[in-house]
Ligand binder design. Structure first.
Ligand code: GLN
Length: 201
């Protein structure tokens, strides 16, 4: 059975562990480099990217995680996790560390400037229609050539300036969403990621 870790330094770790267990993998929290070495894939949860980035350095996980992502370990980041995976961040803190791996530019707290939380039904490539919950979420401003856009915010009165913004992407073994499928009880995005883990294994 595949083993998938959830980076457990800060954020909604438990919800991701539950969603992964329901997708029939062994799900484990990760706080140490030795634990990272044992997993086939990793999830970076939602939370606060500046706090997680600081803790990654404190727990000596920054370089090991960068290295595994570079080597091709399947990785999924939701919200703060997407920010950590982005090669460039707008409105980030100057001392914020990036794991990188995704050739995208994200704008941190992009939705948060209009409303703290926002929900929408999205058409998610390879998954279907998904009810997306955004909490002080980033959006993707730009994607590089190798990045596949999987979902955008649909046009609606509530969406305002967020309409058309990119909120789910994939680049090879790296998947990221601005929103939180772990909070809605819909396991399809996690199952999609688990399929990526199995295909790589
Ligand atoms: N605003 C948070 C950040 O900058 C992300 C919010 C979230 O993960 N729900 O990291």
């Amino acid at each position: 059975m595949s083993v998938v870790g959830v980076l457990a330094l800060q954020g909604d770790v438990h919800e991701h562990l539950v969603a992964l267990a329901e997708a029939d993998v062994l799900a484990r929290p990760i706080r140490r480099p030795e634990e990272l070495a044992e997993v086939d894939g990793v999830v970076l949860p939602g939370g606060e990217s500046t706090a997680i980035s600081r803790l990654l350095a404190t727990f000596d996980l920054l370089e090991p995680l960068r290295a595994r992502i570079k080597e091709g370990m399947p990785t999924y980041g939701s919200c703060a996790g997407m920010i950590l995976l982005a090669d460039r961040v707008l409105d980030g803190r100057a001392d914020q560390h990036q794991l990188g791996g995704l050739d995208i530019v994200v704008r941190r707290n992009a939705f948060g400037r209009q409303v703290d939380s926002f929900e929408a039904d999205l058409d998610f490539t390879d998954v279907g229609e998904v009810h997306a919950v955004f909490i002080r979420a980033p959006w993707v401003e730009n994607v590089g050539e190798g990045v596949e856009v999987l979902a955008r915010v649909p046009e609606s009165a509530e969406a305002g300036a967020a309409a058309g913004r990119i909120v789910a992407v994939r680049q090879g073994h790296v998947l990221a969403t601005s929103f939180h499928p772990e909070l809605t009880g819909d396991g399809r995005v996690h199952r999609h990621f688990v399929d990526m883990v199995r295909a790589a294994g």
